[in-house]
Write a protein that binds this ligand. Structure first.
Ligand SMILES: C[S@@+](CC[C@H](N)C(=O)[O-])C[C@H]1O[C@@H](n2cnc3c(N)ncnc32)[C@H](O)[C@@H]1O
Length: 217
C-alpha cells in the first residue's frame, strides 16, 4: 500500500467505501490467503460507477480469476445485462462460477475458458464497457481488437497501468516487477494516450486505472 498514493490517504479512501458486501469480503479474504491478484474494493466501486454511468448492458472482462471484479460489475448491470468474462485457468473458472452463484449474479454472467487473446476473436461486439485485467504483455497486442469490440462512447478500463510506480523510470530502485511487464505497460500507456480512437485519463487509484472512452471519431 502507498507506493503511488500515500498509505494514509489510501486508508482514508478505503474507510469511506461502504459499498462492499459479505460475498465480496469473503472472496477478497480468500484471495489474499491464496495470493490471488484481485482488484481492490476501491477499484470495484470505480467499475460500478462506470458501468452505471454509461448505462452498460454488455460488458467484457479479460481475466476473471475468482470472479471478484466480475461481481462488482455484474451487480451494476440490469437484470437482462450480460458480463462475458474470460479466464485461462480452469480451476479459477470453477471457483468464479461458484462465486457468481453465491453472489446471485450467475444468470447475467458467462465465463469463457481459454486464452483471451484468442477468445476475443470469437465474440461479437459491441460492448458498452471492457475491463482489461489480463496478462500485462497482452495489453498492447489485444488493444486493436478491444477497441473494435467497443461501441462508440463505450469505455475501455485497464487495471495496473501504474504498476506500483515502476512505469516511471528510476522511481522504484531496484525494480521488483518483471521488466518485460513494465515495458509492456509503458508502451500500452503511450498507445492509449495517443490513439486517435480513444480519449484516456489515468486515475492514480491503487495500482493505476486507465479509463479510455472510444471517441470522438
Ligand atoms: C489480475 S488477475 C484478474 C483479477 C480479476 N479481474 C479480479 O480482480 O477479480 C488476471 C487473471 O488473468 C488470468 N489469465 C492469465 N493469462 C490469461 C490469458 N491468456 N487469457 C485469459 N486469462 C488469463 C490469470 O489466470 C488471472 O486469473
Amino acid at each position: 500500500m502507498g507506493q503511488i498514493v500515500p498509505g494514509a490517504v489510501e486508508r482514508y479512501l478505503a474507510s469511506l467505501n461502504r459499498q462492499s458486501d459479505a460475498v465480496l469480503l469473503d472472496i477478497a479474504r480468500a484471495g489474499a490467503t491464496a495470493d490471488l491478484p484481485l482488484i481492490d474494493a476501491e477499484v470495484g466501486v470505480l467499475l460500478r460507477v462506470l458501468v452505471t454511468a454509461v448505462g452498460a448492458r454488455r460488458v467484457l472482462e479479460i481475466g476473471t480469476a475468482a470472479g471478484y471484479s466480475g461481481i462488482w460489475i455484474a451487480r451494476a448491470l440490469p437484470a437482462d445485462g450480460l458480463l462475458l468474462t474470460m479466464e485461462l485457468a480452469p480451476e479459477r473458472v470453477t471457483m468464479a462460477r461458484a462465486n457468481f452463484e453465491r453472489a446471485g449474479v450467475a444468470e447475467r454472467v458467462h465465463v469463457m475458458t481459454g486464452d483471451a487473446s484468442l477468445l476475443v476473436n470469437k465474440v461479437a461486439g459491441p460492448f458498452d464497457l471492457i475491463f482489461q485485467d489480463g496478462p500485462k504483455q497482452h495489453y498492447v497486442p489485444m488493444l486493436d481488437r478491444l477497441i473494435a469490440l467497443l461501441r462508440p462512447g463505450g469505455l475501455l478500463v485497464t487495471d495496473n497501468v501504474l504498476w506500483d510506480g515502476e512505469v516511471v523510470p528510476g522511481y522504484v530502485e531496484p525494480p521488483r516487477r518483471d521488466p518485460a511487464d513494465t515495458a509492456a505497460i509503458v508502451e500500452y500507456n503511450r498507445r492509449i494516450n495517443s490513439d486517435p480512437r480513444l480519449t484516456t485519463s489515468i486515475v492514480p487509484l491503487r495500482d493505476g486505472v486507465a479509463v479510455s472512452v472510444r471517441g470522438p471519431e
